[in-house]
Design a protein around this ligand. Structure first.
Ligand code: ZN
Length: 409
């Protein structure tokens, strides 16, 4: 038997054991250098790095009590016989930041358990760590170039009050963040449309003009960005856009009623062909005409007969129409760019085909950002006067005039 060949002697000291018995001291991991621990806490932003956990580790989420609920887990175990351990790699990676995860106690115990090694292989844990740390890095990278000024317009639609929730708004502007004291809220809820409609439009217009003027003054000289959230009657939205102008860099947002969790966030992805617009030009061109109807049929179709009976004067009609009209048509941010291009094209065609144009009558069945865009897109002084119509019941009434006095009669 081989054992007998091994030279053994009773006199051999017992201390010459090759494999020492594991002791409590040997089981303990070597302490991690403080600078490695600090870096890991920084990278993880004090949150569990396990997939979808994200729990805050320096305070109790219910009571707010400060305490350290973190574990630092080794992806490749500190010891060769630990989970995902390796005789060569374990000692090399024992203090390496790339091999460490900041986790809650529960997830630390899953990682540090032989039973779950098949489920949480090295590559899986590395992916959790990388994604968490990348997300933190991006979320905290906001510098001045990611600042935005919030512009909120709320006014009654019909008799209904409009309220915009600022917490929802902040979700939608990510990765931008609102600079402090740079929030402008124009609240028109106290104004009610009564018998004298003209005075409503006048009072609302004055308030919008004043607020935008002071906002633009505040932003002057800064590389300004504005995020616009509005719930108000269509003519006021177009006025808001016109006052804001296209010189200031702005993102416009739509309230998506079918997304109660994050109503102001745009859908991911790009528009399909049915999410685009079609342009309709007048069939015949009478170059002597002074009045043009511009119809925007997006939320629903505006019938030519309604425009004709409202205007009751000779006019030519252009129409920008959604390929599939409906109140949920506007889903993607890039649809705004498509609309702006169509709108600009129409304004150019009006100028070229109708050199005597005096007024453009604007009829809109528009989602909010498109009505704002229709105002932003106008070129002050160069474009004709715009009369913006409101829908009142089933008839249209002139509400506001933009770019007035551009051409002397
Ligand atoms: Zn966790």
């Amino acid at each position: 038997m081989t054992r007998k060949k091994t030279p053994t002697s009773a006199s051999q000291p017992t201390t010459v054991k090759v494999e020492p018995e594991p002791t409590a001291k040997n089981d303990r991991r070597p302490p991690l250098p403080v600078k490695v621990q600090n870096e890991l806490w920084g990278r993880a932003a004090g949150r569990c790095e396990f997939k979808d956990c994200n729990i805050l580790l320096y305070e109790d989420s219910l009571t707010g009590q400060r305490h350290n609920a973190a574990t630092i887990a080794h992806i490749v175990a500190a010891k060769a016989d630990g989970p995902r351990g390796d005789p060569v790699r374990s000692p090399l990676l024992v203090k390496a930041i790339e091999n460490l995860m900041l986790t809650c106690k529960l997830h630390g115990s899953l990682i540090d358990n032989h039973e779950y090694v098949d489920q949480f292989e090295e590559a899986v844990l590395l992916d959790y760590k990388r994604k968490h740390e990348q997300r933190i890095k991006e979320a905290t990278a906001a510098l001045d170039d990611q600042r935005t000024a919030l512009l909120v317009l709320q006014g009654r639609i019909g008799t209904k009050l409009s309220r915009i929730n600022l917490a929802e708004v902040r979700k939608a502007i990510h990765p931008r963040w609102p600079g402090s004291d740079e929030e402008t809220t124009i609240d028109l809820n106290d104004l009610i449309v009564g018998e004298d409609r003209a005075s409503y439009w006048e009072a609302a217009s004055e308030q919008i003009k004043d607020e935008i003027k002071s906002l633009l003054k505040k932003l002057k000289g800064k590389s300004a960005h504005v995020s616009v959230f509005a719930l108000a009657p269509v003519p006021l939205l177009t006025l808001l856009g016109f006052q804001l102008g296209s010189r200031v860099d702005a993102d416009l947002f739509q309230c998506h009623r079918d997304k109660p969790q994050d109503p102001w966030c745009w859908a991911e992805g790009e528009p399909l062909s049915e999410d685009k617009f079609e342009l309709f030009e007048p069939e015949t061109v009478d170059a002597e005409l002074t009045d043009i109807a511009l119809v925007v049929s997006v939320s629903r179709k505006i019938l030519p007969s309604l425009v004709n009976s409202t205007l009751n004067i000779p006019h030519a009609r252009f129409e920008i129409r959604a390929r599939s009209t409906g109140t949920d048509f506007l889903k993607y941010r890039s649809q705004l760019t498509l609309f702006a291009a169509e709108h600009r094209l129409v304004m150019k065609m009006i100028g070229e085909q109708f050199p005597k144009v005096r007024r453009v009558h604007l009829f809109q069945a528009s989602p909010i950002p498109l009505a704002i865009e229709a105002g932003r897109n106008l070129i002050e002084k160069a474009d004709p006067e715009i009369i913006v119509y409101e829908l009142n019941g089933d008839t249209y009434l002139p509400a506001l005039t933009l770019n007035a006095g551009r051409r002397r009669a």
